[in-house]
Design a protein around this ligand. Structure first.
Ligand SMILES: Nc1ncnc2c1ncn2[C@@H]1O[C@H](COP(=O)(O)OP(=O)(O)OP(=O)(O)O)[C@@H](O)[C@H]1O
Ligand SMILES: O=P(O)(O)OC[C@H]1O[C@H](OP(=O)(O)OP(=O)(O)O)[C@H](O)[C@@H]1O
Length: 220
C-alpha cells in the first residue's frame, strides 16, 4: 500500500475557508475532525492517499519544511516570516485575505512622518519581516515578540508601534490605533516540501492540480 501524503492545515480562521475547498478536491476528514470532544490531531480522510494534521498556523510551515508533512495550507505572512528554502508554494488559494501593516496610536499618527523614523520599537508576531521591512530603508527596528493581542502593546507602553494583520481594521480602531504603512498583502497558499515533491511527484502533483481546479471553479 502507498504511504498517504500528510497535509498540514491550520486550526485557526483559515480552516473554515479551506474545508469546502478540500471537499471540492475530494478530501473529507473523518468525523473525529469536527468533534469538539476529540483530542486527536491526525485524521484519516475520504481519500486513502491523504491524511490531515491540524496544527497551529505558524507550525504548518515548520512541519512541511522538515518533511514531517509533505503538503500544507498556510498564510503568506507565515511564509514571509520564515522564508524556508525547503518550501515551494505553487498555488495561491485566494482565501484568508488580509494585509500585514504597521500601526501606531491615533494621536501619534496625527503628527508623524514615517520618512523621519530612525529607530522604532515594535510589538509583533513577525520580528523577521519587521526587521527586514525597516532595515530596507535604514530604520533600526527593536522588536518585542508577542503571540497575539499586539494591539494593546502601545497603550501599555510596551512598544510605540505594532506590526500585525489587518482585515476589516476593526481591531485597530477599537484599540485607538491607526494603520500607517502596509508591508504586504496576505492570502493562504498551498505549500509543498521540495524533496517530497521529487520523491512522491505523482501523489503531490495530483493534489496540486486538484487545488488549482478548485480555485478555478470558485473563481468562475
Ligand atoms: N483578520 C484576518 N483576516 C483574514 N485572514 C487572517 C486574519 N488574521 C489572520 N489571518 C490569516 O490566518 C492565519 C492564521 O491566523 P490565526 O491567528 O487566526 O491562526 P491561529 O491558528 O489562531 O494562530 P495561532 O496558532 O498563532 O494562535 C494567519 O497566518 C493569516 O494568514
Ligand atoms: O482587522 P480585523 O478584521 O479586526 O482583523 C485583525 C485581527 O485579526 C487577527 O487576530 P485574530 O482574530 O486571528 O486573533 P489572534 O490575535 O488570536 O491571532 C489579527 O492578529 C488582528 O488582531
Amino acid at each position: 500500500m502507498i504511504e498517504p501524503v500528510t497535509l498540514a492545515i491550520p486550526k485557526g480562521r483559515i480552516l473554515d475557508e479551506v474545508l469546502p475547498m478540500l471537499a471540492q478536491v475530494g478530501i473529507v476528514p473523518e468525523a473525529a475532525f469536527s468533534d469538539p470532544a476529540s483530542r486527536a490531531l491526525m485524521f484519516a480522510t475520504s481519500d486513502p492517499g491523504v491524511r490531515i494534521i491540524r496544527v497551529r498556523a505558524f507550525d504548518v510551515a515548520t512541519f512541511v519544511a522538515h518533511g514531517a508533512a509533505q503538503v500544507g495550507v498556510v498564510g503568506s505572512d507565515v511564509l514571509m516570516e520564515f522564508d524556508y528554502s525547503e518550501l515551494y508554494a505553487p498555488v495561491d488559494l485566494d482565501v484568508g485575505h488580509c494585509r500585514l501593516s504597521v500601526a501606531e496610536p491615533v494621536a501619534l499618527a496625527a503628527g508623524d512622518d514615517p520618512r523621519e523614523w530612525s529607530h522604532v520599537r515594535v510589538a509583533t508576531k513577525y520580528p523577521n519581516i519587521t526587521r527586514r521591512h525597516f532595515e530596507a530603508r535604514g530604520v533600526q527596528a527593536e522588536c518585542v515578540k508577542l503571540n497575539g493581542a499586539m494591539e494593546i502593546a502601545p497603550v501599555l507602553g510596551l512598544a510605540d508601534r505594532i506590526v500585525d494583520l489587518v482585515s476589516s481594521g476593526r481591531t485597530l480602531v477599537e484599540n485607538g490605533l491607526a494603520e500607517v504603512e502596509v508591508i504586504a498583502q496576505v492570502s493562504a497558499r498551498l505549500i509543498v516540501n521540495r524533496a517530497a515533491f521529487k520523491t512522491r511527484s505523482g501523489q503531490i502533483a495530483a493534489l496540486i492540480d486538484g487545488f488549482r481546479m478548485a480555485g478555478a471553479q470558485r473563481a468562475a
